[in-house]
Write a protein that binds this ligand. Structure first.
Ligand SMILES: Cc1cc2nc3c(=O)[nH]c(=O)nc-3n(C[C@H](O)[C@H](O)[C@H](O)COP(=O)(O)O)c2cc1C
Length: 395
């Protein structure tokens, strides 16, 4: 009797297994390439970091510097209108990050950051920039009018740091504290009567700041609308990163290269998984490894002019820190919760905690952050280029 051998021979088994392995490996390489595992920091969405000094006209080059500024959730809430000798910076209210920023506090701070980059670039291009903040009292979207007058070109160290500055969300070196002179130097950058920099650099101050920061993160992810509005800016898929050129990416999370690549390789995490990662990271990495925490505070946290001034100072601090080899990351959840409580008219739990932390009724916290020395290189986040942010009028 001939029995049908249902098992393949050893040689045909090896052939099939080999082919399957090639197919799986090929699929892996394809997915790896598709998800930008080999291409961090490259592609159209990252071009603005490389070609910011290549635009045709000086005013376009000044705007190209503005585009590289720090801004909330990488929402890039801006348009730039260029005329012969002036630039208008206009808020794009459609890019508000929902109830994460219900009163547009962060939006105006981010616009202030863009102003600072443009002022530095204007000097390098041979202009003195006269800055008029909110020049039209009937139009809150006109954030600033920059009037450019010819002057001797001055490329400052801060200007040179513009393409090197990136938000660093990784662990900082716990053995490397910030020297008193470093804190003093940053204090001097906050030289505006409406803005004050508070430091939390001893164990007690850091402990209080850390506790409030973690509590704020927990409250934020427990607020479904805040969680949804934050997640709306999460970009995991590489083609979406390239297309939209905005939002928060895996590359910008400060993960180790291996973990980052594994995470890119895996399917998109859910919003809830991302929220859990975010709180755990804050509790276990961001807070315990910081060398110091700071809070930029203003006299009136609802005043858009003061927010713009604060943004200019934050950008200067971040650029200066970049030149000094420091790592910096805003940690805004405590203010985001304070704003949200105010919006919902609910008890000011985080609002009161932040007021107590600052401990001076004359000042209102609007920009908390962490500082230290880096343990790894932080990667750039995507940017929309000139074509997307400079509206073109028919001539
Ligand atoms: C007002 C404001 C608030 C921010 N809040 C946070 C924050 O809470 N956590 C964080 O990791 N980054 C925060 N950032 C940093 C932005 O996410 C970052 O600037 C943006 O994603 C662009 O990346 P880049 O700074 O590396 O160019 C904030 C920035 C600004 C201007």
């Amino acid at each position: 009797m001939i029995t049908q051998n249902t098992h393949p021979s050893r040689s045909s088994f090896l052939k099939v297994a080999g082919a399957a392995l090639v197919a799986v490996a090929g699929g892996c390489v394809w997915r790896a390439a598709d998800q930008g595992i080999f291409s961090a920091g490259t592609g159209l969405a990252y071009e603005p970091w490389k070609n910011w000094q290549d635009a045709a006209t000086p005013l376009e080059r000044i705007v190209a510097a503005g585009i590289l500024a720090s801004n909330p959730h990488n929402s890039q809430p801006w348009f730039f209108y260029i005329s012969t000798s002036a630039i208008n910076l206009v808020a794009d209210f459609e890019r508000q990050i929902g109830v994460i920023d219900p009163f547009r506090r962060e939006m105006y701070i981010g616009l202030g950051c863009a102003i600072e980059n443009m002022v530095l670039a204007a000097a390098a291009e041979g202009f003195q920039a006269g800055v008029h903040l909110l020049p039209d009292s009937t139009d809150a979207s006109l954030a600033a009018h920059l009037e450019l007058k010819a002057a001797a070109p001055q490329a400052s160290e801060l200007y040179a740091s513009i393409p090197k500055r990136h938000t660093d969300r990784s662990a900082y070196d716990p053995t490397h504290p910030l020297a008193a002179e470093t804190l003093d130097a940053m204090d001097r950058l906050a030289n505006n009567e409406n803005v004050h920099l508070f430091w939390f650099s001893d164990a007690t101050g850091k402990g209080k700041f850390g506790q409030i920061a973690v509590a704020a993160c927990e409250a934020l992810v427990a607020d479904e609308q805040q969680s949804l509005d934050s997640h709306a800016w999460w970009r995991q898929d590489w083609s979406v990163v390239q297309q939209r050129a905005d939002g928060i990416t895996l590359d910008a999370q400060g993960l180790s290269p291996i973990i980052n690549n594994i995470a890119k390789f895996l399917p998109d995490g859910s919003r809830q998984q991302n929220d859990q990662f975010f709180v755990k990271n804050m509790r276990e990495i961001n807070i315990p490894t910081a060398a110091a925490f700071g809070i930029l505070a203003v006299n009136d946290g609802m005043d858009n002019t003061q927010r713009l001034e604060c943004g200019r100072i934050w950008q200067r601090i971040h650029l200066w820190g970049t030149g000094q080899g420091l790592a910096l990351q805003p940690l805004n959840q405590m203010c985001e919760r304070a704003d949200r409580e105010r919006q919902l008219n609910s008890p000011p739990v985080l609002g009161q905690a932040v007021r107590d932390l600052v401990g001076d009724d004359r000042w209102q916290a609007i920009m908390p952050f962490r500082a230290g020395y880096p343990t790894r290189v932080s990667l750039p986040s995507p940017r929309r280029g000139l074509l997307q942010v400079v509206p073109h009028t028919e001539s």
